[in-house]
Design a protein around this ligand. Structure first.
Ligand SMILES: [Zn+2]
Length: 574
């Protein structure tokens, strides 16, 4: 078995981290200086916005000066601009990041990169479009979508942290109290990698998704020609690791057949990816074949038979509190963590136990050897076991009817199959956002292996009446655990039973919110604690807050003008 230190997979993961850090250092709030700088940095400084190939940047010095002009936080684990520009590139094959940028720009140019006519906040210019043709030189019928903006509250650069071990996970987080920007820096990264791999498609890096899908709304209204002829549009703008979105804002955006076809290809590629690593005995996957080790833990419990006693405490603000409580004592217990994959392999390999030994217990090492040999000798059978492995990793692709809104929702009148795929980030739009970057390796391999042009298509391009569109009435979950009900239009045609269910859910949400607010108020009263931000968090919301989904997405977004403070509380968009 190869150890972590010399696992080539581990090295690749680290490269992925450094590569993504290039994006995540920028706080890409819509129209901010950092977003504009990021676009210059990533796509080529000030490339021509006519619909021709742009000129490769020659103002490298200017870009470095811009990067330096941003304030880097005092505590400096990653001096952002040093890393970005001054040559500390960690990506193999490039001596400096300037070289890496240059290579990227050359590649985009070789395919043809252009900006459209969208003009947004702070003078942002254009959705950015790259076309990779099919092998025979004709245009692909697949459109890929992501967005360059994030929900950061402030402008500038941010520090990043990461973990690099199977036990702790392969996780990137930001070091400040804002979001990371995996939503949707990860989409930008994935699409760039797909262009590098030569996957045919029209790649649209949208502007201003988080503030109402304005970039894509503009295309739908003014440049329908960019969408025409496409059979499918795939966004990379969704949390977790398993969603093929079939409904956005309660309206169907793609057929189940298309979603199943796509999910099936991604799963097959994932199994092949993991098969290779199990065959090599790579520690990063072998780690999951591990007998759970029982841990000793401590807890508190009521002293048996004790009666309530009166206690009086005074906090640092001089606030005194008295309560009656049963005295508590500490105790220890043994906890065995669950590992479902271990249970599966133990069951599978039980016949391999030495004969004549009753209830033989496999050691981790024995089982790892068995699994590795099995992967090498019976690869077909191992693919079956890998189905269980994907379940364990929560990487089983499946249809998800709970999409909120992303750019591809604006294209459903023109393109038959529009979806959104999970990108391995969690808690987007909050300060606990994190990105699982190990998942991106396997996901990217699947995206490269998928025969996009051959995927099932329900409906006929150019004939919207043949697209199967309908509604679901179960609503969807937005950010901050906000459940969003279907629009009034949708409920108009729903059964009484469905409407009753929606009203019940709205009522439950209202009551849950009320309880949460009460609990927080009480906590503040007890601690004598007051913080303006906290106060806003607790009292800043309307007591009756619940939302109907927009009945018509495009017109909703066209009319909606969010104010700056809404960037982080805005929960309609992915
Ligand atoms: Zn997003």
């Amino acid at each position: 078995m190869s150890t972590l230190e010399d696992s080539p997979f581990q090295q690749r993961l680290l490269n992925t981290f450094w590569d993504m850090a290039d994006i995540f250092f920028f706080k890409r709030k819509d129209g901010s200086e950092a977003e504009k700088l990021f676009v210059d940095y990533w796509f080529g400084v000030e490339f021509d916005d006519a619909e021709t190939n742009g000129e490769l940047a020659n103002s490298e010095t200017e870009l470095i000066e811009l990067l330096k002009s941003f304030e880097i936080p005092a505590e400096n684990p990653f001096p952002a601009y040093d890393f970005l520009w001054a040559g500390a590139s960690k990506t193999p094959g490039y001596a400096t990041n300037a070289d890496k940028c240059r290579a990227r720009w050359e590649l985009f140019r070789s395919y043809g990169i252009y900006k459209d006519g969208y003009r947004g906040t702070g003078g942002t210019q254009g959705n950015i479009i790259v076309d990779v043709p099919l092998a025979d030189g004709t245009a692909s019928k697949t459109l890929f979508s992501c967005h360059t903006d994030s929900v950061h509250r402030t402008d500038g650069m941010q520090q990043l942290t990461f973990t690099q071990h199977p036990e702790s996970g392969y996780i990137i987080q930001s070091d400040n109290n804002e979001c990371l920007g995996g939503d949707d820096g990860t989409g930008v990264w994935l699409m760039t990698k797909m262009i590098e791999a030569g996957v045919p498609g029209r790649y649209i890096f949208h502007r201003a998704e988080e503030v109402g899908g304005r970039g894509s709304g503009w295309i739908e209204k003014n440049r329908e020609d960019l969408l025409q002829g496409h059979e499918r549009a795939i966004a990379f703008d969704r949390k977790a690791k398993h969603s093929v979105i079939t409904y956005q804002s309660c309206s169907r955006c793609c057929s189940d057949e298309f979603a199943d076809d796509l999910g099936g290809h991604l799963m097959l590629a994932a199994k092949r990816y993991y098969l290779e690593r199990f065959q090599a005995g790579d520690e990063t996957v072998m780690y999951d074949v591990q007998a759970p080790v029982p841990e000793e833990r401590t807890g508190w419990r009521n002293v048996p038979g004790a009666r309530s006693q009166k206690t009086t405490t005074t906090n640092q603000y001089g606030y005194t509190q008295t309560k009656w409580e049963i005295p508590k004592e500490q105790y220890t217990y043994t906890y065995t963590p669950k590992n479902e994959f271990w249970e599966t392999v133990v069951e599978r390999f039980a016949p391999m136990a030495p004969e004549g030994v009753e209830d033989y217990v496999f050691s981790t090492e024995e089982m790892q050897t068995l699994v590795q040999n099995y992967a090498n000798e019976y690869p077909e059978e191992m693919m079956g076991l890998l189905e269980e492995y994907l379940k364990f990793k929560e990487e089983i692709w499946k249809t998800d009817t709970g999409g909120s809104f992303t750019d591809t929702a604006n294209y459903t009148d023109i393109i038959p199959e529009c979806t959104n795929l999970s990108c391995g980030y969690y808690n987007a739009h909050t300060q606990s956002e994190y990105q699982d970057y190990a998942f991106l390796e396997v996901f990217l391999e699947g995206l490269i292996a998928t025969p996009w042009e051959e995927l099932h298509t329900s409906g006929e391009v150019g004939k919207p009446e043949t697209f199967e569109r309908g509604y679901q009435t179960s609503g969807y979950w937005g950010y901050r655990d906000t459940w969003i009900a279907p629009s009034k239009n949708i409920l108009d045609s729903a059964s009484d039973e469905e409407v009753a269910k929606v009203r019940r859910k709205q009522q439950n949400q209202k009551e849950r919110r009320k309880k949460e607010r009460e609990a927080k108020k009480q906590m503040i009263a007890e601690l004598g604690y007051y913080d303006p931000d906290e106060y806003e968090m607790i009292y800043g919301y309307d007591e009756d807050e619940w939302e109907d989904a927009p009945s018509d997405i495009s017109s909703f977004w066209d009319d909606y003008k969010p104010t700056e403070s809404e960037y982080n509380t805005f929960y309609m968009a992915e």
